[in-house]
Ligand binder design. Structure first.
Ligand code: BGC
Length: 249
């Protein structure tokens, strides 16, 4: 396994990237960030990623690139678009990026990449059995990891609870949109995590996404049996996990 790889995290509002030391699980360069092109069109996003990879300099040239993205990704194709342009649905994203960047690309769901990073280098390093990573942001992302192995595309944000997508009521975006205070939002998270716990009986639940830095405001309000902990890699988890997967492939 090569030691260095590039990790790119494409989100609805920003694209972040860095050179990663995949043996240490650490960034090996400054993290760069650009806004996601208006509308999130695949061609414009691809141009922005190519420019970002170039900008990482000589050291990044020819290295494998891992790209994580907020959609179902199967065999390099993006198959959904919950919070991004519909033009990604059915797109051969991995092949498109390989052609443009002239090297091996590994495309992966954003929460799956973050989960891989938390299991390798973060909050779930010492946990066997089923670990469920969740990310609370614009949507709710999820990753299943069993004995450290990723079971991809779990999409728990779209679990139907009380007749609606879980992420519609319990994402961080829902908290913002509806101006929910911590206890009101925690009540919605309780419905979500309580249901997930009942369905899957995981050993550990991890909570990521930007809001996880405020975990003391809402995690103690949850009443579940499963240990539930904040992610430790925070904003870098997607980059680290995507790079690790790219290096491994
Ligand atoms: C998408 C997932 C993604 C999550 C977090 C959801 O709306 O369906 O694929 O992982 O948002 O970005």
């Amino acid at each position: 396994m090569s030691t260095l790889a590039v990790g790119i995290d494409i989100g609805g509002t920003g694209i972040k990237g860095a050179l990663v030391d995949v043996s240490a699980g650490e960034l090996a360069s400054e993290r760069v960030k650009v806004p996601t092109p208006e509308g999130g069109d695949p061609d414009a996003v691809l141009d922005a990623v190519a420019e970002m990879v170039d900008g990482l300099g000589e050291e990044a040239s020819g290295l494998p690139v891992g790209v994580c993205f907020p959609a179902i990704v199967r065999h390099g194709r993006t198959l959904s678009a919950a919070n991004v342009s519909d033009r990604w649905i059915g797109l051969e994203a991995e092949a498109l990026f390989e052609k443009k960047l002239g090297r091996g690309i590994h495309f992966v769901n954003d929460a799956d990449a973050a989960g891989v990073a938390e299991v390798r280098f973060g909050a779930a390093r010492d946990t066997d059995g089923l670990v469920i990573m969740t990310t609370l942001g614009t949507g709710i992302g999820s990753a299943f990891l069993h004995d450290g192995v990723l079971i991809p595309n779990s999409e728990l944000g779209h679990l139907e609870i009380d007749g609606t997508d879980a992420e519609h009521r319990a994402s961080y975006a829902a908290k913002e949109r509806e101006e929910l205070d911590w206890p009101d939002w925690a009540a919605r998270l309780q419905r979500f995590y309580g249901h997930v716990e009942y369905l899957f009986s995981p050993e550990l639940l991890i909570v990521g996404g930007g809001v996880s830095k405020h975990h003391e405001e809402f995690l103690p309000l949850l009443d579940i049996q499963t240990p539930i902990v904040p992610a430790v890699l925070r904003n870098n988890a997607g980059i680290l996990g995507a790079a690790w997967l790219a290096a491994r492939h």
